[in-house]
Design a protein around this ligand. Structure first.
Ligand SMILES: [Zn+2]
Ligand SMILES: [Zn+2]
Ligand SMILES: [Zn+2]
Length: 113
């Protein structure tokens, strides 16, 4: 019997680049980052990989909203076990036809082997 405890990685918040402030000043200059709540740090369950969909920026491309794949953290939990590049989106995490997160890999760019 082995107990599975998920390790949690503490990483810099990608959306505000660790500043803790709303990067787009949507509410006010002093508004706290909605992703990390103003701490500049976020937690992601290991193993952690860079979010393919936003390329680790935490921003949904061409918008001012948080990436829907990583929630603005810039990193996501990798699929279980061995992973391979998603052939559907060529590892970009972006569906070629719609520009939305790839349905096969859910925007992570990799899938379980
Ligand atoms: Zn933040
Ligand atoms: Zn993302
Ligand atoms: Zn994909």
């Amino acid at each position: 019997m082995s107990q599975t405890t998920s390790a949690i990685a503490e990483i810099m918040c990608a959306f505000c680049k660790g500043t803790g402030k709303d990067p787009f000043d949507l509410l006010s200059e002093l508004a706290a980052c909605q992703v990390c709540g103003g701490t500049g740090k976020v937690e992601v369950v290991e193993p952690v990989i860079k979010c393919a969909f936003c390329k680790g920026t935490g921003v949904y491309h061409n918008t001012r909203i948080t990436c829907t794949v990583c929630g603005g953290k810039g990193m996501v939990t990798a699929p279980k076990g061995e992973t391979i590049q998603c052939a559907e989106c060529n590892g970009t995490g972006v569906a070629i036809d719609s520009g939305m997160p790839c349905l096969k890999c859910k925007g992570k760019g990799v899938i379980s082997k």
